[in-house]
Design a protein around this ligand. Structure first.
Ligand code: MRU
Length: 340
Protein backbone atom coordinates (compact mmCIF):
# COMPACT_ATOMS: atom_id res chain seq x y z
CA UNK A 1 0.00 0.00 0.00
CA UNK A 2 1.47 3.36 -1.09
CA UNK A 3 -0.60 6.19 0.40
CA UNK A 4 1.39 8.66 -1.75
CA UNK A 5 3.07 7.81 -5.05
CA UNK A 6 4.99 9.98 -7.47
CA UNK A 7 4.53 8.87 -11.08
CA UNK A 8 6.85 11.39 -12.76
CA UNK A 9 4.05 13.49 -14.25
CA UNK A 10 1.25 12.77 -11.76
CA UNK A 11 0.68 11.92 -8.09
CA UNK A 12 -1.45 9.06 -6.78
CA UNK A 13 -3.06 9.47 -3.36
CA UNK A 14 -4.95 6.91 -1.32
CA UNK A 15 -8.24 8.59 -0.41
CA UNK A 16 -8.09 8.33 3.39
CA UNK A 17 -11.59 9.78 3.79
CA UNK A 18 -13.05 6.53 2.50
CA UNK A 19 -11.07 4.11 4.67
CA UNK A 20 -11.64 1.54 6.05
CA UNK A 21 -14.67 0.73 3.91
CA UNK A 22 -13.18 1.55 0.50
CA UNK A 23 -9.57 1.56 -0.74
CA UNK A 24 -9.64 4.11 -3.56
CA UNK A 25 -6.58 5.65 -5.22
CA UNK A 26 -6.90 8.97 -7.10
CA UNK A 27 -4.31 10.16 -9.62
CA UNK A 28 -3.80 13.89 -10.07
CA UNK A 29 -1.91 15.84 -12.71
CA UNK A 30 -3.09 19.25 -11.51
CA UNK A 31 -1.39 20.87 -8.49
CA UNK A 32 -4.59 22.56 -7.32
CA UNK A 33 -6.22 19.14 -6.92
CA UNK A 34 -3.33 18.12 -4.67
CA UNK A 35 -3.67 21.29 -2.58
CA UNK A 36 -7.40 20.52 -2.26
CA UNK A 37 -6.59 16.91 -1.27
CA UNK A 38 -4.52 18.25 1.64
CA UNK A 39 -7.24 20.66 2.80
CA UNK A 40 -10.04 18.11 2.52
CA UNK A 41 -8.09 15.35 4.33
CA UNK A 42 -7.81 12.97 1.39
CA UNK A 43 -4.19 12.84 2.48
CA UNK A 44 -3.29 13.80 6.05
CA UNK A 45 -0.71 13.40 8.80
CA UNK A 46 2.12 15.91 9.15
CA UNK A 47 4.87 14.19 7.10
CA UNK A 48 2.41 13.08 4.40
CA UNK A 49 1.13 16.64 4.06
CA UNK A 50 4.71 17.83 3.50
CA UNK A 51 5.42 15.10 0.95
CA UNK A 52 2.20 15.67 -1.00
CA UNK A 53 2.85 19.42 -1.05
CA UNK A 54 6.37 18.84 -2.41
CA UNK A 55 4.98 16.72 -5.22
CA UNK A 56 2.20 19.23 -5.90
CA UNK A 57 4.70 22.09 -6.09
CA UNK A 58 6.95 20.09 -8.43
CA UNK A 59 3.98 19.34 -10.70
CA UNK A 60 2.91 22.99 -10.67
CA UNK A 61 6.39 24.04 -11.76
CA UNK A 62 6.24 21.73 -14.80
CA UNK A 63 3.08 23.51 -15.95
CA UNK A 64 4.57 27.03 -15.94
CA UNK A 65 4.99 28.04 -19.59
CA UNK A 66 7.52 30.86 -19.35
CA UNK A 67 11.28 30.49 -19.67
CA UNK A 68 11.78 33.87 -18.02
CA UNK A 69 13.16 33.32 -14.52
CA UNK A 70 11.55 36.44 -13.01
CA UNK A 71 8.09 35.50 -14.29
CA UNK A 72 8.69 31.86 -13.29
CA UNK A 73 9.58 32.88 -9.73
CA UNK A 74 6.51 35.14 -9.53
CA UNK A 75 4.27 32.24 -10.50
CA UNK A 76 6.05 29.95 -8.03
CA UNK A 77 5.44 32.47 -5.20
CA UNK A 78 1.73 32.30 -5.95
CA UNK A 79 1.85 28.48 -5.86
CA UNK A 80 3.81 28.45 -2.58
CA UNK A 81 1.03 30.64 -1.16
CA UNK A 82 -1.67 28.20 -2.27
CA UNK A 83 0.05 25.28 -0.54
CA UNK A 84 0.88 27.32 2.58
CA UNK A 85 -2.85 28.06 2.99
CA UNK A 86 -3.93 24.40 2.99
CA UNK A 87 -3.46 23.52 6.68
CA UNK A 88 -1.74 25.66 9.32
CA UNK A 89 -0.51 23.39 12.13
CA UNK A 90 1.79 20.70 10.69
CA UNK A 91 5.17 22.38 10.25
CA UNK A 92 6.30 19.73 7.74
CA UNK A 93 4.25 21.59 5.13
CA UNK A 94 6.24 24.80 5.66
CA UNK A 95 9.51 22.88 5.90
CA UNK A 96 8.84 21.43 2.42
CA UNK A 97 7.81 24.81 1.03
CA UNK A 98 11.06 26.32 2.38
CA UNK A 99 13.10 23.61 0.66
CA UNK A 100 11.32 24.22 -2.65
CA UNK A 101 11.66 28.02 -2.23
CA UNK A 102 15.41 27.72 -1.65
CA UNK A 103 15.85 25.88 -4.96
CA UNK A 104 13.66 28.41 -6.76
CA UNK A 105 15.78 31.27 -5.43
CA UNK A 106 19.13 29.60 -6.05
CA UNK A 107 18.80 28.30 -9.61
CA UNK A 108 18.30 30.62 -12.58
CA UNK A 109 17.74 28.21 -15.49
CA UNK A 110 14.01 27.41 -15.65
CA UNK A 111 14.45 23.99 -17.29
CA UNK A 112 17.01 22.93 -14.72
CA UNK A 113 14.84 24.36 -11.93
CA UNK A 114 11.85 22.26 -12.98
CA UNK A 115 13.96 19.09 -12.97
CA UNK A 116 15.54 19.93 -9.61
CA UNK A 117 12.14 20.57 -8.01
CA UNK A 118 10.95 17.15 -9.19
CA UNK A 119 14.05 15.49 -7.75
CA UNK A 120 13.61 17.37 -4.48
CA UNK A 121 10.00 16.16 -4.14
CA UNK A 122 11.13 12.56 -4.59
CA UNK A 123 14.00 13.12 -2.15
CA UNK A 124 11.66 14.50 0.52
CA UNK A 125 9.56 11.34 0.19
CA UNK A 126 12.55 8.98 0.33
CA UNK A 127 14.14 10.82 3.24
CA UNK A 128 10.92 10.51 5.22
CA UNK A 129 10.75 6.75 4.81
CA UNK A 130 14.41 6.44 5.85
CA UNK A 131 13.80 8.73 8.84
CA UNK A 132 10.88 6.58 9.98
CA UNK A 133 12.96 3.40 9.79
CA UNK A 134 15.76 5.02 11.80
CA UNK A 135 13.27 6.43 14.32
CA UNK A 136 11.92 2.92 14.74
CA UNK A 137 15.41 1.57 15.47
CA UNK A 138 16.13 4.44 17.88
CA UNK A 139 12.82 4.16 19.74
CA UNK A 140 12.07 0.45 19.93
CA UNK A 141 14.10 0.12 23.16
CA UNK A 142 11.31 1.97 24.99
CA UNK A 143 8.86 -0.88 24.25
CA UNK A 144 9.16 -4.18 26.11
CA UNK A 145 8.07 -7.64 25.11
CA UNK A 146 4.44 -8.06 26.20
CA UNK A 147 3.62 -4.33 26.39
CA UNK A 148 0.20 -2.95 25.60
CA UNK A 149 0.95 0.40 23.95
CA UNK A 150 -1.69 3.09 23.44
CA UNK A 151 -1.64 5.49 20.51
CA UNK A 152 -3.85 8.37 19.44
CA UNK A 153 -4.85 9.44 15.93
CA UNK A 154 -2.86 7.87 13.09
CA UNK A 155 0.91 8.28 12.99
CA UNK A 156 1.53 5.34 10.69
CA UNK A 157 2.32 4.55 7.07
CA UNK A 158 -0.79 6.46 6.01
CA UNK A 159 0.40 9.65 7.71
CA UNK A 160 3.95 9.54 6.36
CA UNK A 161 5.99 8.48 3.33
CA UNK A 162 5.63 4.93 4.65
CA UNK A 163 6.24 2.86 7.85
CA UNK A 164 5.16 5.59 10.24
CA UNK A 165 6.51 7.52 13.22
CA UNK A 166 4.70 6.28 16.36
CA UNK A 167 3.53 3.17 14.52
CA UNK A 168 7.03 2.89 13.02
CA UNK A 169 8.50 2.52 16.52
CA UNK A 170 5.87 -0.13 17.26
CA UNK A 171 6.63 -1.88 13.92
CA UNK A 172 10.36 -1.86 14.72
CA UNK A 173 9.75 -3.44 18.15
CA UNK A 174 7.58 -6.12 16.53
CA UNK A 175 10.28 -6.75 13.88
CA UNK A 176 12.75 -7.29 16.74
CA UNK A 177 10.51 -10.13 17.94
CA UNK A 178 8.73 -8.33 20.78
CA UNK A 179 5.09 -9.15 21.35
CA UNK A 180 3.30 -5.79 21.31
CA UNK A 181 -0.41 -5.10 21.42
CA UNK A 182 -1.74 -1.68 20.43
CA UNK A 183 -4.70 0.14 21.95
CA UNK A 184 -5.91 2.60 19.30
CA UNK A 185 -7.98 5.54 20.56
CA UNK A 186 -10.80 6.25 18.14
CA UNK A 187 -9.81 9.95 17.89
CA UNK A 188 -13.02 11.93 17.76
CA UNK A 189 -14.15 13.78 15.76
CA UNK A 190 -12.39 12.64 12.57
CA UNK A 191 -11.85 9.04 13.76
CA UNK A 192 -8.31 8.59 12.43
CA UNK A 193 -7.68 5.97 15.15
CA UNK A 194 -10.83 3.94 14.50
CA UNK A 195 -10.67 4.19 10.71
CA UNK A 196 -6.96 4.33 9.87
CA UNK A 197 -4.73 3.06 12.70
CA UNK A 198 -6.78 -0.11 13.17
CA UNK A 199 -6.87 -0.61 9.37
CA UNK A 200 -3.14 -0.44 8.84
CA UNK A 201 -2.17 -2.46 11.95
CA UNK A 202 -4.72 -5.16 11.19
CA UNK A 203 -3.28 -5.49 7.65
CA UNK A 204 0.17 -5.93 9.21
CA UNK A 205 -1.05 -8.56 11.70
CA UNK A 206 -0.12 -6.38 14.67
CA UNK A 207 -2.71 -7.01 17.41
CA UNK A 208 -4.86 -3.93 17.82
CA UNK A 209 -7.80 -3.12 20.10
CA UNK A 210 -10.02 -0.12 19.46
CA UNK A 211 -11.07 1.99 22.47
CA UNK A 212 -12.94 5.30 22.61
CA UNK A 213 -10.91 8.32 23.68
CA UNK A 214 -12.62 8.55 27.07
CA UNK A 215 -11.58 4.98 27.99
CA UNK A 216 -7.87 5.81 28.14
CA UNK A 217 -7.89 6.90 31.82
CA UNK A 218 -9.64 3.71 32.86
CA UNK A 219 -7.10 1.49 31.11
CA UNK A 220 -4.20 3.50 32.55
CA UNK A 221 -5.58 3.33 36.09
CA UNK A 222 -6.17 -0.42 35.87
CA UNK A 223 -2.58 -1.02 34.71
CA UNK A 224 -3.48 -2.30 31.25
CA UNK A 225 -1.67 0.38 29.23
CA UNK A 226 2.10 0.24 29.77
CA UNK A 227 3.31 2.92 27.34
CA UNK A 228 1.82 5.67 25.19
CA UNK A 229 3.34 6.69 21.87
CA UNK A 230 2.04 9.40 19.58
CA UNK A 231 3.21 11.39 16.57
CA UNK A 232 3.44 15.16 16.31
CA UNK A 233 2.45 17.99 14.00
CA UNK A 234 4.87 20.57 15.37
CA UNK A 235 7.36 20.48 18.22
CA UNK A 236 8.28 23.92 19.54
CA UNK A 237 11.81 24.90 20.61
CA UNK A 238 11.04 24.17 24.28
CA UNK A 239 9.65 20.69 23.48
CA UNK A 240 5.94 21.54 23.69
CA UNK A 241 4.23 19.35 21.14
CA UNK A 242 1.14 19.92 19.00
CA UNK A 243 -0.66 16.73 18.00
CA UNK A 244 -4.21 15.60 17.34
CA UNK A 245 -6.85 16.95 19.73
CA UNK A 246 -7.07 14.66 22.77
CA UNK A 247 -3.33 14.01 22.98
CA UNK A 248 -2.91 16.52 25.83
CA UNK A 249 -5.65 14.81 27.88
CA UNK A 250 -3.91 11.44 27.55
CA UNK A 251 -0.58 13.03 28.57
CA UNK A 252 -2.06 14.41 31.81
CA UNK A 253 -3.48 10.99 32.66
CA UNK A 254 -0.17 9.31 31.80
CA UNK A 255 1.64 11.65 34.20
CA UNK A 256 -0.89 10.91 36.95
CA UNK A 257 -0.36 7.16 36.51
CA UNK A 258 3.43 7.23 35.92
CA UNK A 259 3.11 5.82 32.39
CA UNK A 260 5.86 6.73 29.86
CA UNK A 261 4.52 9.18 27.27
CA UNK A 262 6.60 9.04 24.08
CA UNK A 263 6.51 11.31 21.03
CA UNK A 264 7.99 10.03 17.74
CA UNK A 265 8.59 12.57 14.98
CA UNK A 266 11.07 13.26 12.18
CA UNK A 267 13.38 16.28 12.36
CA UNK A 268 11.07 17.93 9.79
CA UNK A 269 8.44 18.20 12.56
CA UNK A 270 10.79 20.01 14.95
CA UNK A 271 10.35 23.75 14.67
CA UNK A 272 13.20 25.81 16.17
CA UNK A 273 11.49 29.01 14.98
CA UNK A 274 8.51 28.52 17.30
CA UNK A 275 9.45 29.24 20.92
CA UNK A 276 6.69 27.46 22.84
CA UNK A 277 3.41 25.64 22.36
CA UNK A 278 1.57 28.94 22.92
CA UNK A 279 2.93 30.16 19.59
CA UNK A 280 1.58 27.22 17.56
CA UNK A 281 -1.43 28.00 15.35
CA UNK A 282 -4.19 25.47 16.02
CA UNK A 283 -6.33 24.62 13.02
CA UNK A 284 -10.06 25.08 13.61
CA UNK A 285 -12.02 22.70 11.39
CA UNK A 286 -15.63 22.58 10.29
CA UNK A 287 -18.12 22.10 13.13
CA UNK A 288 -19.90 19.54 10.92
CA UNK A 289 -17.13 17.10 11.83
CA UNK A 290 -18.48 17.22 15.41
CA UNK A 291 -22.19 17.55 14.63
CA UNK A 292 -22.18 14.56 12.24
CA UNK A 293 -20.74 11.06 12.57
CA UNK A 294 -20.35 9.43 9.18
CA UNK A 295 -23.08 11.68 7.73
CA UNK A 296 -25.52 11.09 10.59
CA UNK A 297 -26.39 14.24 12.54
CA UNK A 298 -25.92 13.66 16.28
CA UNK A 299 -26.48 17.17 17.70
CA UNK A 300 -29.43 19.55 17.47
CA UNK A 301 -29.42 21.95 14.54
CA UNK A 302 -28.02 25.40 15.30
CA UNK A 303 -26.21 24.71 18.60
CA UNK A 304 -22.75 26.14 19.26
CA UNK A 305 -19.90 23.71 18.48
CA UNK A 306 -16.10 24.01 18.67
CA UNK A 307 -13.65 21.92 16.68
CA UNK A 308 -9.98 22.64 17.36
CA UNK A 309 -8.11 19.96 15.43
CA UNK A 310 -4.98 19.88 17.60
CA UNK A 311 -3.88 20.54 21.17
CA UNK A 312 -0.51 21.13 22.77
CA UNK A 313 1.12 18.72 25.19
CA UNK A 314 3.62 20.57 27.42
CA UNK A 315 7.20 19.30 27.37
CA UNK A 316 6.76 18.53 31.09
CA UNK A 317 4.34 15.70 30.24
CA UNK A 318 6.64 14.07 27.66
CA UNK A 319 9.04 11.28 28.68
CA UNK A 320 11.02 11.29 25.43
CA UNK A 321 11.02 12.76 21.93
CA UNK A 322 12.25 10.14 19.46
CA UNK A 323 13.68 11.34 16.13
CA UNK A 324 15.85 9.79 13.43
CA UNK A 325 18.76 11.89 14.66
CA UNK A 326 18.52 10.95 18.30
CA UNK A 327 16.36 11.01 21.38
CA UNK A 328 15.67 13.76 23.86
CA UNK A 329 14.67 12.29 27.19
CA UNK A 330 12.69 14.50 29.57
CA UNK A 331 12.58 17.52 27.23
CA UNK A 332 11.26 19.87 29.91
CA UNK A 333 13.80 22.65 30.47
CA UNK A 334 16.02 21.17 27.77
CA UNK A 335 14.03 21.71 24.57
CA UNK A 336 14.94 20.40 21.14
CA UNK A 337 17.97 22.46 20.13
CA UNK A 338 20.38 19.69 21.17
CA UNK A 339 19.34 17.87 17.99
CA UNK A 340 20.31 20.72 15.63
O1 MRU B 1 -5.57 16.02 11.13
P1 MRU B 1 -4.55 14.97 10.82
O2 MRU B 1 -5.14 13.61 10.57
O3 MRU B 1 -3.62 15.41 9.70
O4 MRU B 1 -3.69 14.88 12.14
C1 MRU B 1 -2.64 13.94 12.20
C2 MRU B 1 -1.96 13.89 13.51
O5 MRU B 1 -2.27 14.61 14.42
C3 MRU B 1 -0.80 12.96 13.62
O6 MRU B 1 -0.69 12.43 14.90
C4 MRU B 1 0.49 13.71 13.29
O7 MRU B 1 0.35 14.42 12.09
C5 MRU B 1 1.66 12.82 13.18
S1 MRU B 1 1.61 11.81 11.76
C6 MRU B 1 3.06 10.93 11.68
Amino acid sequence: MDAIKWNGDSVTLLDQRLLPLKEVYNTYTNYSDIAAAITNMETRGAPAIGIAAGMGIALAAQGIGTGDIVKFRDEMSRIFGIFAATRPTAVNLFWTIDRMKKITHELTDVKQLKETLKKEAVRIHEEDIAANRQMGKNGSRFLNDGDIVMTHCNAGALATGGYGTALGVIRAAVEEGKKIEVFACETRPYLQGARLTTWELYRDNIPVTLITDNMSGHFMKTGVIKKIIVGADRIARNGDTANKIGTYTHSVLAKEHGIPFLVAAPMSTLDPDTATGNDIVIEQRSTDEVAFVQNVQIAPEGIKILNPSFDVTPAANISAIITEKGIIEKPEGRGIMGLF
